[in-house]
Design a protein around this ligand. Structure first.
Ligand code: ZN
Length: 94
């Protein structure tokens, strides 16, 4: 049961396999909304707005070299690995 999919008309949960809302009867012409995808999209939008306020520009700016972009990305990936390890250790230790 994929309860996280919601009807775009009435916003009530539906199984992803359904082609018609069990609540309001709307027939789906396209894929149902994945709330997890929507949550990430909202966070990206918010992050973009904060970045604009903070730096006054977008990531299109050419103030960083290609190498600097790669270094930033690697640093973020290393942070992610550490956060994941913290949670894995927590799960392993119960
Ligand atoms: Zn509906």
């Amino acid at each position: 049961m994929a309860a996280s999919y919601r009807c775009p008309s009435c916003n009530k949960p539906n199984d992803i396999e359904r082609r018609q809302c069990v609540w309001c009867g709307t027939v789906y012409t396209k894929t149902l909304v994945d709330l997890n995808v929507e949550a990430v999209k909202e966070k990206l939008d918010r992050r973009s707005r904060i970045g604009m306020q903070k730096y006054g520009t977008t990531t299109d700016r050419s103030t960083l070299t290609r190498l600097q972009w790669l270094q930033h990305a690697q640093e973020e990936a290393m942070d992610l690995a550490i956060y994941l390890q913290r949670l894995i250790t927590e799960e392993e230790n119960g």
